[in-house]
Write a protein that binds this ligand. Structure first.
Ligand code: UDP
Length: 470
């Protein structure tokens, strides 16, 4: 028997901005800290949007693409999330299977393991069929994963379905480890259903329970943040690796690693806002972004505008071209003048750099998990206005458990917004708590920290899977 060839890991995110941003960081860690070969698999649609060409990648890193089964003109928006989800599950399966069994290029090492987004359980089945181990990476929070996992117990406890006219402030039972913590309104959006046959509820239950079938479950979180929940998850998904925050791990363990792509943004980043931030005093600016999926009405946008402007704080605000549902983005005249005097609008920002900028004092966010971790690591407290999936539970944890922000869910009134923006930017307590959690995040990615040790274990597991000798 000869020397063992380095493992070849195929990384397959769900085709959306959050999962791509999260999973490419894992690819970058493998490339900088190990000898692994990595293939990063995008949907054809995103492959094009990311501008990936034949020259992208290197000898150890390949970018490949797979059809998602939808026509090019499909908007792939939040309201059509399950169309994309169903399509990729059914249409991409055979191409993916072929990709795993065939060497796509002469001399390319066979795939030793797949790390796929846990939103796509078909990958676990295909891996089983062809004898390639599959690791499931859920890119949402541990608390949301656990709430989805607990759906059968929520039903048993009579919490679900939620009855018409129910008091949404009623406390939830049925999620082990979270007693007394969540109100009905804090459940992940797909759990807030009136009907047990709701497709979102059903899909999330099936998909989440599937992760227990995978070889390993990876979560982008850390012990000091979600330790008690991780302990519950490990009772069911034995090998659960909490290796986050991946952005902090990259910063600390591979600070000089060149990024695998010039940008992972599906929209064009407007870097001019960094120069605009340079002209502001430290800890003075409110950063506003609702991520890649949130859609709001014109009425809500106007409430946010009045609230933010009346708080008299300078602001940098990301307004994606598709942020408004159907409406045109036209503000009343008085708002436009005021907004120009104190604020800056961009269509898409280099968010990680924005959050790290000393001028930024607070983040008005939709509480997507990547945004939450990026804000935490940058020591920026959050004002949360959750939209869907894990955002409702993340924002509850941000305020109630971690003390790093304020949860404004289910309200969108200018007076409330004005008051909370001022509180966010001026509160020393929120800043201190966020700083303390950021310090714990840094400790977790130290060479002896929990996340780094879990990452090393993951690397060892993958090596053990690679039986190919040269
Ligand atoms: N993001 C960005 N620029 C923006 C807005 C968002 O680069 O103007 C990035 C952000 O840094 C994060 C991702 O987009 O990595 C959004 O992921 P998240 O999980 O927060 O929310 P989602 O978009 O999935 O709802």
């Amino acid at each position: 028997m000869g020397e063992l060839a380095p493992p070849h890991v195929l990384i397959f995110p769900f085709p959306a901005q959050g999962p791509i941003n999260c999973m490419i960081k894992l690819a970058e860690l493998f490339v900088s800290l190990t000898d692994f070969h990595v293939t990063f698999l995008n949907s054809e649609h995103n492959h094009k949007r990311l501008g990936i060409g034949p020259e992208s990648g290197s000898q150890r890193v390949r970018f490949k693409s797979i059809p998602d089964g939808l026509p090019e003109s499909h908007p792939r928006s939040a309201s059509l999330f399950f169309e994309l989800h169903d399509s990729i599950q059914t249409q991409s399966r055979s191409v993916f299977r072929e990709m795993l069994v065939k060497k796509v290029r002469v001399g390319e090492p066979p795939v030793s393991c797949v790390i796929s987004d846990g939103l796509m359980p078909f990958v676990v089945d295909v891996g089983e069929e062809v004898g390639v181990p599959v690791i499931s990476f859920r890119t949402l929070s541990g608390c949301c994963f656990w709430a989805f996992f607990s759906i059968p117990w929520l039903i048993e406890a009579g919490v679900l379905p939620i009855l018409d006219g129910a008091d949404m402030d009623q406390l939830v039972t049925g999620i082990p480890g979270m007693e007394g913590l969540l109100r009905l309104r804090d459940l992940p959006s797909y759990c807030q259903v009136r009907d047990l046959l709701n497709p979102g509820l059903q899909q999330m239950q099936v998909v989440t329970r599937y992760s227990a079938k995978a070889h390993t479950l990876i979560l982008n979180t850390f012990e000091a943040l979600e330790g008690p929940i991780l302990a519950e998850i490990r009772k069911h998904c034995k090998t659960t690796r909490a290796i986050g925050p991946l952005n902090a791990m990259l910063q600390a363990r591979a600070p000089d690693a060149p990024p695998l792509l010039p940008s992972t943004s599906l929209w064009l980043e407007d870097h001019s806002c960094l120069t605009w931030l340079d002209s502001h005093a430290p800890n003075s600016v409110l950063y506003v972004s609702f991520g890649s999926y949130v859609v709001m009405s014109r009425g809500q946008l106007i409430e946010f505008c009045y609230g933010i402007i009346n708080s008299r704080k300078p602001f940098l605000w990301v307004i994606r071209p598709d942020l408004l549902a159907g409406d045109e983005m036209v503000l009343p005249e008085e708002l436009t003048v005021e907004a120009k005097a104190r604020g800056r609008f961009v269509e898409w920002a280099p968010q990680k750099q924005v959050l790290q900028h000393p001028a930024v004092a607070g983040f008005l966010t939709h509480s997507g998990w990547n945004s939450t971790l990026e804000s935490l690591v940058a020591e920026v407290p959050m004002l949360c206005w959750p939209f869907f999936v894990d955002q409702q539970i993340n924002s509850r944890f941000v305020e109630r458990v971690w003390g790093m922000g304020l949860d404004m869910k289910d309200t969108c009134e200018r007076v409330v917004i004005e008051h909370l923006v001022s509180e966010l930017v001026e509160s020393e307590g929120l800043r201190t708590a966020t700083r303390a959690m950021a310090e714990k995040a840094r400790q977790s990615v130290d060479p002896s920290g929990s996340s780094y040790l879990e990452f090393e274990e993951l690397v060892n597991d993958i090596r053990a899977m690679s039986t190919c000798a040269i």
